[in-house]
Design a protein around this ligand. Sequence first.
Ligand code: ARG
Length: 562
Amino acid sequence: MKNQIIELISNAAELDKETVANILEIPPKADMGDYAFPCFQLAKTLRKAPPMIAADIAEKIGNVDIIDRLEVKGAYLNFFLKKEMFVKSMMENASVDNFGASTVGNGKTICIDYSSPNVAKNFHVGHLRTTIIGNSLYKIFSKLGYKVERINHLGDWGTQFGKLIVAYKAWGSKEAVEKDGVAELMRLYVKFHEEAEKDDSLNDEARGWFTKMEQGNEEALEIWQWFVDISLKEYKGTYELLGMEFDHYLGESFYRDKTADVVKRLQDANLLKESEGAQIVDLEEYNMAPCLIMKKDGSSIYATRDLAAIFYRKERWNFEKCLYVTGQEQKLHFAQVFKVVELLGNEWAKDSLVHIPYGLVSLEGAKLSTRSGNIIYAEDILKEAIEKVKATIEEKNPSLEDKDEVAKIVGVGAILFHDLYNQRIKDVSFKWDKVLNFDGETGPYVQYTYVRCASILRNVTDFNPDAEIDYSKLLDEEAIALLKEISRFPQVVLDAAEKYEPCIIARFAMDVAQSFSRFYNACRINVEDDVVRNARVKLVYLTKNTLKDALDLLGIQCPEQM
Ligand code: ARG
């Protein structure tokens, strides 16, 4: 019906449909109509006062069967649709297969570079954010028909591995590393820095080992590969808890034989400059610090490997966009790298390479188990959430089936939802009673709404989602309000993708859940009257599907009972 309204306005006001679609609004309150067309913007071109324009359009539209009445209010032309037809149209729209999906991305590829922890370091709460946000963006873009390549750009190369090898040889043992994994590697790394304070020759030794790695020395590479394997095993445990996967693990080390080509391209383009023995690209003209490409000793750095990765990805996937989800402290790094790609004559760098930063996680007031010192492992937070939910289940619903599975879905879901509920760039402050509150604006609340829908549907044995519905039985204010919320889904997915903001989906899920709650309180569902019951149950069914699909876009699952 929205399209019909757009068409009517477009004919009456002699505007193209796209312009109308962009201006047309859904009013915040039902007594302001189902759609509103503000006329401010037209005042300039038409040289008339907005209320006059609204009145003119209303007159030109005249009597139309889908419209109950038109109302000019200030600069707005408000449309009140024939309720029954409106309900029918919304119900039919929301009933299509894969509601919310679109084909805008068909034939296009998006690379998302996210998670990307650093080998031999713990997977901390910051990495949890990039993982959760990146995974949600993957789901959102997939829903829009894009082919998405999920890339884990592991931090698995660099001088730190030289240090680690020295430390391992001096103070480590195979047994300890095998037993304690990343925690032991971190201990060795700290130990190296303590000792190197006293004895600078250790730094030379470390550089020596990294050079060996870069030159392909077998012993060096064997130890390094072992560190990578041990770390990856732990990270994969965290991914498994989260229920997340990657299409490619292509860490920094993958590009080690591809950085020479980057250097050559830069040389050929006359972009390299020497500075204190190192090779840089001067970016002063663009108000940025220079981008370091090659160190004095000829070794490559983080930025060089990122440049190599961009060319590799462009060549392999010919991406429409390549997104990088990292903390905002890497803003300058990406701005520099993207600029260098552009300076090499790649116009596409301007729109295609996008850094997607996010804010910090603070653990205010949260008592989190830490393995040693203040190092917080993402895995511990997830496990703690699961345990807490499990305890609640034991207390409130001890006879529930699959308790462990439900606790996992709800515990992990709570963390994900909390992380995705606000704009990315905002800091996340973490408090257990907020994250797990079943009555607050939380993941468990939305999941609980889903569970209520599922339970209603289980109790109505004669429901057939494909049966004819009498739409005149769904004219209650709360039913229409709920349907209007649900109907926003396709647009919400598009908006979330355009702004790279999963919170738009999370907010939507919350709106649907709250709207459902009002509907449920106002309208009894399991009534005697078959026709009324069928209509209301169908709405419950659509709510359930929409909540499930929306949560899925956040990476959150729904239990059938909880
Ligand atoms: N390993 C980096 C870190 O933990 C993130 C890598 C992001 N991706 C990239 N292509 N630079 O901070």
